[in-house]
Ligand binder design. Sequence first.
Ligand code: C2E
Ligand code: CA
Ligand code: CA
Length: 745
Amino acid sequence: MTDSEAHKDDELVFLDEHESGPAIEAPRKSWRVLIVDDDPDVHSTTELALRNTLILNRPLSFLHAYSASQTRELLANEGDIAVILLDVVMENEDAGLRLVKNIREDFGMSETRIILRTGQPGYAPEIDAIRDYDINDYKTKSELTRNKLYTTLTAAIRSFDQIRAITTSRRGLDLIVHASAELMALHGMRNFAAGVITQIAGLLGLRPEGLVCAQDAMDEESPESGPTIIAAAGRHTALINQPLSSIADATLREGLLRCMRERQNIYDEAGTLLFFPSQASARGDMAAFLETDDRLDETDRRLLEVFCANIAVGFDNAALFSRLHAFAYYDQLSRLPNRTHFINQIDRRLANPDHAGFVLGLVDIDHFAETNDALGHLFGDRLLQEVATRLKQSLGSQVTVARVAGDTFGLLGPAERMSPSILIALFQEPFRVDGQDLMVSATCGLLNLADSNTSGAEALKDTNIALKRAKQRSRGEVSFFTRAMGIEIQERVMLLQALRHAFDNERLFLVYQPQVDLATRRVVGLEALIRWRAENGAFIAPDRFIPLAEHSGLIVNIGEWVLRVACHQQAWLARMGFGHVRMAINVSVSQFRHPKFPFVLRRAIEDSGADPACIELEITESMAMEEADFLLLTLNKLKENGITVAVDDFGTGFSSLSYLQRLSVDRLKIDRAFVNEITDSQRGSQIPEMVIQLGHRLGLSIIAEGVEDAAQAQRLQELGCHEAQGYHFARPMEIGPLLEWLQNR
Ligand code: C2E
Ligand code: CA
Ligand code: CA
């Protein structure tokens, strides 16, 4: 019989006893003695002789059999027999001896002590039986006087008791070794704790009724939260996840608290309380309660002590694993699942056939970075915690809430619980942080899982597209992911691939748009503008592909190429007699930020032999607004080459006067949008007027772009604008036609 079978048997015995109640409680406490003899007199005299006798403090109870076959029948149904007083000669000469073989081998009763009683001693088969079949005593019937019988039985019962204790503890130790191995394999505190209940129940042959509570080692910030029930079995199951303090059963509650306080095992009438100290963390201790009817006997207690000591290591393992798990899968600030965990949860949901009714959401707090900067990171953290709490509480248990990035929360739940109106309502009330009420808005991207049969990671990506789209439209919006969005992203990816290909295959080229002096109408400069002619001959507008190139970093290489070509053309035009004409070159943000950019510029000028005084860089106003120190440094370094700098798209940003003064720029370029608005009315020319006045005050030159008609040119000139560029004067041209154009003027 294997250990686990033995353990099952124990359980069965236990169940039977439990159900039939205390009626057969008595025989359990007495020593059961089986008298086997074909002479009824022997039965009655033996019983009479031993009546009211206590052996090792317990009474005796008797079972009777009058033949070998009857004994076999009886043994098939009865167990827990301490001693068998066995007659040798019954149905036949050696019926008793053959019965010994049955008892030991067929019934597997190795613990029961057998005392042979025989008429004639020294009979050879009896000697063999004693040798071969573990017979514990051998007495002639005449020898067994009352006293002799008593001492013989006492010796037999004592050895039965010892053997049984040893067997029990050996089996227990086997179980412990087995249990430890099994518990080691269980990761996580909850699994471990549940395992402890089952293993102990198995060890003691009890029904797994019990519970385990633990001080949450993870919860270092709120020690006042107290122990919680982390595992429970049987009728205690409903208590899982409850704080210990909320448990109604006072014996249970106080018992567990006492056990944790005293840090030791307690064996009580009410049950057994085991303490598992954690070495890994001061607060990770665990206590278990098991229902045990009676006080446990010594053997069981010793087994439990061994068990507790033995699994302490496993417990620390589990505690450590739990913490690692928490670190790997939970956000420490909000205690919500993190991105990795959330993706797993989406994967699991997608694998479930009912996922079509579910919605995936991303909630992004608007202007969180600004709040964080303005009110401090601690405040920002608290705000995030408040948002996390509201999301969890308002959306309810059916919606999974996760924190997937700094100020972005992930939601996964049934569609009806996550409608746009529900989500918008979440942010209608202010959040209370540090005693302050703060209105916070959020933007949401949503995805119907029905529209996604890929992976969790992909679904999250699509939801992010919807979020970005919602942000582009306006903050505080909710936007559902649509197929069109997916297609658009795909198109962008394809366009980027095509752009790489075009760049490598020299399908990009530059055109040049003249810039004129408004007073003299002489050409003073050119702006280099990039063009892409696709394989099919169609032009792709730079407004479409430049942002893509920026985004992918390809702009660094493209930008360097533009710089070099434009410098070469400036040098070439100088040789053709247009040495005074400036060459304005657009520089994008990532190009400008690249640490090698000043070096790239210098090399382009040197290699081409261009006149640095005729090279102008156009940076956008939005660029001019960021990172003042960095910008100042870079601009100064660039200007060491003798070049000039213009601020493009001026008027669209919010540059401050003093800031512009610190920046060593030479020219402001009034954005096309404002030039467009210039009419005869005063209102339309307000901004150009302001920009021009500003420029004058700062001693900067002003150029207007996108001048399309004479009226605009006229008005700009009246306002004091120095230079202009636009279709009214000339369209951008390739270098050949440009030279012709210049020569014809
Ligand atoms: P931008 O720097 O503001 O360039 C001026 C844009 O206005 C050019 O468009 C030009 O063709 C257009 N334009 C000129 N005159 C008129 C006019 O009278 N009316 C109208 N409606 N438009 C006019 P383009 O060439 O399509 O370039 C668009 C944008 O692409 C540029 O805006 C610039 O931001 C970017 N870009 C172009 N070439 C380069 C380049 O080589 N490098 C970088 N980084 N960006 C470039
Ligand atoms: Ca420009
Ligand atoms: Ca512009």
